[in-house]
Ligand binder design. Structure first.
Ligand code: ADP
Ligand code: 5GP
Length: 205
C-alpha cells in the first residue's frame, strides 16, 4: 500500500508557511497537516487541536520522557514537537502529511525517517518578513526582533532543502507548492506502485 509522503516545510517566522499550507490543504485531496505540540501561548484566533496542541512545559517534558515525539526542538525560546502518532496515522492511511517545522526538526526527521520532501518557504526580501511579522500582531516587539535575528541563521540552511518556494505573491506561491506536491506524487518510485494491473510489464531499474 502507498505509505504517504512526508512534506517537510520550513522557513523563517512570517515567511507564510501557515498561510500556504492551509491553502494547499484546501486545494488537494489526500493530504493532512501535522498538528504539533507547543509550549508557546496561542495567538488570537488559534484553536487548540487545530493549529497546535498547546501544553505546559511540564506536560511537554513528560511527553519527551515518554518518547512521544518523532522530533522536538526549542525554537525562539519555546518547545515544539511532532508527535509520532501524526506520522504513523498518516502512513497507515496512505495519506500525505505536511509538517511545518523548523530547521532542527527537519534535520531530525531526515535522520529518523530517511525519506521525505524538504521545502523551504521565504519571501524574497528581509523587509517583507519584518512587515508580515508586524502585521500579524502575534508577538510583541522583543519576540519579533528575536524571530528576525533567527531568520538570518535559518536562511543559511536553505541549500539543504529540495525546493524553494518564494512567497512574494501568495497565489503564485500556493500554485508552486501544489505543483511540487503533485510532481512528487508522480515520481516513478511512487507512481509505479499504483499500477497494480501492469506489474509484470514493468522495468524496475
Ligand atoms: P509563518 O507561518 O511562516 O510564521 P504566516 O503564514 O503566519 O507565517 O504569515 C505571516 C503573516 O504574513 C500573516 O499575517 C499572513 O497573512 C501574511 N502573509 C503570508 N503570505 C503573504 C504574502 N504572500 N503576501 C503578504 N502577506 C502574506
Ligand atoms: P510559530 O510560533 O510561529 O507558530 O512557529 C515557530 C517555529 O516553530 C516555526 O519555524 C515552525 O515551523 C516551528 N515549529 C512548529 N511546530 C514545530 C514542531 O513540531 N517541531 C519543530 N522542530 N518546529 C516546529
Amino acid at each position: 500500500m502507498n505509505q504517504g509522503i512526508l512534506f517537510v516545510v520550513s522557513g523563517p517566522s512570517g515567511s507564510g508557511k501557515t498561510t500556504l499550507t492551509r491553502r494547499v490543504i484546501e486545494v488537494l485531496d489526500n493530504v493532512r497537516f501535522s498538528v504539533s505540540f507547543t509550549t508557546r501561548e496561542p495567538r488570537p484566533g488559534e484553536v487548540d487541536g487545530v493549529d497546535y496542541r498547546f501544553v505546559s512545559r511540564e506536560e511537554f517534558e513528560e511527553m519527551i520522557k515518554e518518547n512521544m515525539f518523532a522530533e522536538w526542538a526549542i525554537v525562539h525560546g519555546h518547545f515544539y514537537g511532532t508527535p509520532i502518532y501524526e506520522i504513523e496515522r498518516a502512513r497507515s492511511c496512505g495519506v500525505d502529511l505536511i509538517l511545518d517545522i523548523d530547521i532542527q526538526g527537519a534535520k531530525s526527521i531526515k535522520e529518523r525517517y530517511g525519506s521525505g520532501v524538504y521545502i523551504f518557504v521565504t519571501p524574497s526580501s528581509f523587509e517583507a518578513l519584518r512587515e508580515r511579522l508586524l502585521k500579524r500582531k502575534g508577538e510583541g516587539m522583543a519576540e519579533i526582533e528575536k524571530r528576525l535575528e533567527n531568520a538570518k541563521r535559518e536562511m543559511e540552511e536553505i541549500c539543504s532543502y529540495d525546493y524553494i518556494i518564494i512567497n512574494d505573491r501568495l497565489d503564485e506561491a500556493v500554485d508552486n507548492l501544489v505543483s511540487v506536491i503533485r510532481a512528487e506524487r508522480c515520481r516513478k518510485e511512487r507512481a509505479i506502485n499504483l499500477l497494480k494491473d501492469f506489474k509484470d510489464k514493468l522495468c524496475y531499474d
